[in-house]
Design a protein around this ligand. Structure first.
Ligand SMILES: *Cc1c(COP(=O)(O)O)cnc(C)c1O
Length: 445
């Protein structure tokens, strides 16, 4: 099997910022009370200053600090691999490559931004980082990053996952992270939701509200975000920038690029460095893949909505299912956030990216085929991308080069595979009326 690897010195020195290259200006986050754009200075109450600057930066390339590059060098550059065995199993004429982000210590792409956010916070004097986590990948990545830069990390983990995935919590603990089952009794919003819905399985929206409240009510404490934000997508462009060089080394040009989407950070980081090619007219498609149980791009609406259930965040113009969205408990595939990154949402609105949604059983079937051909057991999230790769590969021509982002491995998701193998996974399609209902009472902006 042929691998295309970069030299360590070739690790990118800058991230790519798509904001100046977008064909339209990105609608800014808005304060729901004043209905005016949020003053970026206000955001520094919860985020590192440097991250807030990056959030609105108009510079096309932004330097990666040396300390962050050193942390990246622990596992980067990640391999770009030609999936010969998968190609054969599908019987496709196209070439398939995957960028393997599962080789990081926490097992996903998420530390690409976690180490950057931890570094900036450390530099600015922050002592404690708080965050939320769904499947547990982000909490693990931030705990890992906190250990690298000497910060305390507290993680509000969605109750359903906390109970299904005890090993994630232990991984966070091993890196010094403190993982709590959300909703907790440690925040106003957590106590309110526990009182109103004692049996709640929690949601990302609730956990975000808790983490943000924690940051606002404690000294030397900042919030770190795992997806959706412009600065997170920026940090993740290290994936696409490496991929660009590796594909050039292999002498091929991608025609189809695929990634799974929760909030959009791995997909965004993977495709954005290729976006200027599309604007220059190159033949390249970008396909975002999501679950039918959380169909943000394929069924959601492009409107201003809150980033969280407790309405403590500003409102963002994005594709959304409504911030009160709570995924069905039977859904094991991750990718549960109600919204999608504003940058990707605008691109989707303008027809510059496509979206596909699949049921969880077909998605796990694709992941198992990948494990049996290429050897690595994918994360349930990653399985969505693989399902789309297989479908595209069946239709593709010999000129097609399909490249996808292998966002993470599934070694901590074996209970989801257990449910799949034992026939306990059910397909579920999120009803459109629910979305309409959830979006009806939003302030109009
Ligand atoms: C978190 C996660 C995702 C989804 O998050 P994005 O921000 O959309 O990338 C996908 N795959 C893996 C392995 C993850 O951990």
């Amino acid at each position: 099997m042929k691998k295309v690897l970069l030299n360590e010195e070739e690790l990118p020195k800058q991230w790519y910022n798509v904001l100046p290259d977008l064909p339209e200006q990105l609608p800014p986050p808005v304060d729901p009370e004043t209905k005016k754009p949020v003053d970026p200075a206000k955001l520094t109450a919860i985020f590192a200053e440097e991250c807030v600057e990056q959030e609105v930066s108009t510079k096309r390339f932004i330097d990666i600090p040396e300390e962050v590059r050193k942390a990246y060098a622990m596992w980067r550059p990640t391999p770009l691999v030609r999936a010969y065995n998968l190609e054969k199993a599908i019987g496709t004429k196209a070439k398939i490559f995957y960028k393997n982000e599962s080789v990081s210590p926490p097992g996903s792409h998420k530390p690409n931004t976690a180490v950057a956010q931890a570094y900036y916070n450390k530099k600015e004097g922050t002592k404690n980082l708080v965050t939320e986590t769904g499947a547990g990948q982000w909490g693990s990545a931030l705990s890992f990053a906190g250990a690298q830069f000497g910060l305390n990390v507290k993680v509000y983990m969605v109750r359903a996952s906390f109970e299904q995935k005890p090993y994630r919590k232990l991984l966070m603990q091993s890196w010094g992270g403190n993982c709590l089952s959300s909703p907790t009794d440690q925040t106003e919003v957590g106590r309110r939701i526990r009182k109103e819905f004692p049996d709640t399985s929690g949601s990302l929206g609730i956990a975000i509200s808790e983490a943000v409240e924690d940051a606002l009510t404690h000294k030397n404490t900042k919030y770190a975000i795992g997806s959706v934000s412009n600065h997170v997508l920026l940090h993740q462009t290290v994936i696409g920038l490496e991929t660009e060089k590796q594909l050039a080394d292999a002498g091929v040009k991608p025609t189809i690029m695929i990634g799974c989407v929760g909030g959009g950070s791995n997909f965004g980081g993977f495709i954005l460095p290729f976006f200027p090619r599309k604007m220059e007219g190159e033949n390249i498609r970008f396909i975002a893949v999501e679950p039918k149980a959380c169909p943000t791009f394929t069924k959601g609406e492009y409107v201003y909505d809150y980033g969280d259930t407790g309405k403590v965040t500003p409102m963002f113009k994005m594709y959304t299912l409504g911030s009160s969205f709570i995924p069905p408990a039977i859904h094991a595939g991750g990718l549960r956030y109600h919204g999608d990154a504003p940058i990707l949402s605008l691109m989707k609105k303008l027809g510059l990216i496509e979206a596909q949604a699949y049921h969880q059983r077909e998605v796990f079937e694709a992941g198992v085929l990948f494990a049996r051909t290429e050897g690595i057991l994918p994360a349930p999230e990653t399985n969505h991308a693989i399902k789309a790769v297989i479908e595209e590969a069946k239709k593709a021509s010999a000129d097609d080069v399909i490249v996808f982002n292998f966002s993470g491995h599934g070694h901590f998701d074996l209970s989801a595979y257990d449910a799949y193998f034992s026939g306990r996974l059910e397909d579920y399609e999120y009803p459109e009326e629910e979305i309409k209902k959830a979006l009806k009472n939003l302030p109009k902006i």
